[in-house]
Design a protein around this ligand. Sequence first.
Ligand code: ITT
Length: 495
Amino acid sequence: MSAQREMKEKNPWPVTIIIIVIGVIVIVALVTVAVLQNMPLSQKYKYGIVLDAGSSHTALYIYEWPAEKDNNTGRVQQTHVCKVQGPGISSYASEPWKAGESLMACMQEAQQRVPGKRHLETPLYLGATAGMRLLNMENSSASDAVFRAVERSLHTFPFNFQGARILSGQEEGAFGWVTVNYLADRLEQGLETTGALDLGGASTQISFVSSNYDGSESPSNSVTFRLYGNNYNLYTNSFLCYGKDQAMKLLLAQQTLLAPKTIVDPCFHPGYSEAVSYSGLYDSPCVSNRKPQGAPEAFNHTGSGNFLQCQDVVKSIFNFTYCKYSHCSFNGVFQPLLQGHFGAFSAYYFVMDFLNLTDTSIPLTKVKEVISSYCATPWDEVKRQHPGVKVKYLAEYCFAGAYILTLLTEGYNFTSDSYTQIEFIKKIKGSDAGWTLGYMLNLTNMIPAEAPDSPPLPYAGYVSFVTVMAVLLFVLVIVSTRRFWLRCSKRPQIV
Ligand SMILES: O=P(O)(O)OP(=O)(O)OP(=O)(O)OC[C@H]1O[C@@H](n2cnc3c(O)ncnc32)[C@H](O)[C@@H]1O
């Protein structure tokens, strides 16, 4: 008995080894628990669906974001887009049920793409823009009937349908601006924002933040936001009837006043000739009050392909002179001085991309030469050179190019310097530029007004900190126990 005790007191190593083993186990357990407890959950996604019911067509967008990050700063991104076959829903005014029917194929696609277990919680929105704004102005019971038909169709799907409505021009402009700046990470980081230029079929929007604008002059153009702890006073204006298709109607209507039977249009290619019905041209409230007295059923639309003359006709659809404010864009609408970078999307992009003019470092004189040369190309040759492009678009690129230049430089007052601040964009980080994402982020409260609280340490830093502290603690214990046992082993031995 005393021999055993004597051995233990002489040799402290077995106890030290046991302490080391227990220490290692404790550290491993501590670090494992810390890692597991704080590990980001496996990536589960939530979804949102927005239908953009535009004047020329409808598109369905599916967005997704990491499930544990909603109501926070989780990156929402577009995972799918489905183009609805056929025209925009406002074209079905005389057969509203067809508007509902037209959405079915894309909705079925959405049902397949969003995982079944997420269907019931996935919000579904339909926002209609300028086509329905015009139909509602012209015939509100027809627009109501289209909405009823569309809602009936959307209710047959298992999503969380939040309703269909017409967006105001101001909402369309403001949500386009939110989309562009959210996708470019400018809001969360509080960076200087980018303006948004949107050219649709029936309306066009300009939205930007200017240090010269506090909302006191023309308050109807002001939208205020508080996002991630920053206040924004946004200037925005939507010009109804100045989208690409309606602007062309204005142009044709202007020319038929002078030549009701045959117009020789400088914005169309030489050799172009098409019969156009007056009823088709004057079906829109943008032009209906301009119909010439005793107009024939149809007129002949021919082209002469002269860019300079085209610019003159295009200018005639704007009023650049009347202005009761300190500064105006056109038609007497207030606009503060332009400021910063701009993203130009929708038809701005389609047209400038086709004309190979998306590079805004190309001087405006050269831009004009390129459009001028395209306009002067005979119609047969244009069709031969671009067999894969829709003929309607091909015929309109000359007008659209001249229109975009006039709108930007004479309408919004971009100079040869500030033109270089425009970027023609289609997508940002894989998501389309347009109002839909901003609309969904707003309705789902996914952009917080205040900057979210972030943990004092990032995840990796937290784990490293716990590990280092545990190892330090362990070393301390070892050092102190070793000193204790060394002292014991040096004590005079009991014999
Ligand atoms: O916002 P609203 O005014 O309601 O219009 P929309 O939503 O239908 O407008 P889009 O942005 O979809 O399209 C804008 C215009 O661009 C036209 N467009 C679409 N694709 C095009 C392409 O590849 N080339 C030329 N034009 C195109 C389309 O016909 C419209 O006139």
